[in-house]
Design a protein around this ligand. Structure first.
Ligand SMILES: [Zn+2]
Length: 237
């Protein structure tokens, strides 16, 4: 296969009997490929690729951004998500008990002067946790009645690889704190999924049939959740 090198970008060139040039960027690493008609020479393709360099970089960045855990700094104008919507963070310093106020476009974080990153993170996480607890509690009450199951307790914690877990014997459900950042239907889906494990422990046909019966659109919510990796907090377009 022929290759073009433009700066730090390497492009695979595939020439075949086609009519048009086709440029594509491929996940997960952002590999670039040009398919081109055989009659076009490499110099012409180089010029073409250079003219598309911004487009290539933009898509590579987007793709790699989705693979990466983006640490947050809890500073002014940083993006933070709540219930699937993006907000800008505003930080206010005042000598009072820390608090968070959700506004139309912003999440306003009130902290004491010289608060460090860890402190800011703790305040915001506590807010996420409290809100998610209220939301999850309503969904659990609603769906316990519909599915006719009972939990003994539920909790919210940080988890790296799971959106939720269910201990069938203890009738205990854990939900991932990250759900607070996802659309609310996603939390409802995870609640229903975990409650269903009280009936069927495995992800088998019985389980799928139950999900289809009680929440026919569950696959849509699953896709929504998996669009971005678990610990991903924000990404640039
Ligand atoms: Zn499950």
């Amino acid at each position: 296969m022929q290759k073009l090198k433009i700066g730090d970008i390497i492009i695979d060139v595939i020439q075949k009997e086609i009519k048009n040039i086709h440029l594509s960027v491929h996940p997960p690493t952002g590999r670039v490929r040009i398919s081109a008609p055989s009659r076009i020479n490499l110099d012409t393709l180089r010029i073409y690729a250079i003219s598309k360099i911004n487009w290539i970089r933009k898509h590579q960045k987007k793709m790699r951004g989705q693979e990466r855990i983006t640490p947050r700094d809890y500073i002014e104008r940083e993006s933070h998500y709540y219930l699937g919507k993006r907000y800008l963070l505003r930080v206010f310093e005042e000598e009072a008990k820390p608090k968070v106020i959700l506004r139309h476009e912003t999440i306003d974080l009130y902290v004491r002067k010289n608060s460090n990153k860890k402190k800011r993170q703790d305040v915001l996480e506590e807010w996420y946790r409290n809100n998610l607890r209220l939301i999850a509690n309503e969904f659990i009450e609603k769906w316990e009645k519909i599915i006719k199951v009972r939990t003994n307790e539920f909790g919210i914690k940080r988890m790296k690889t799971k959106w939720g877990t269910c201990n069938q014997k203890a009738k205990r459900i854990w939900l991932n704190l990250e759900l607070a950042k996802k659309p609310i239907q996603c939390t409802e889906f995870i609640v229903v999924h975990e409650l269903m494990h009280l009936i069927e422990r495995k992800h088998n046909e019985v389980f799928v049939a139950l999900m289809n019966k009680f929440m026919p659109q569950w696959k849509h919510y699953k896709e929504e959740l998996n669009k971005f990796p678990l610990s991903h907090e924000t990404w640039d377009y």
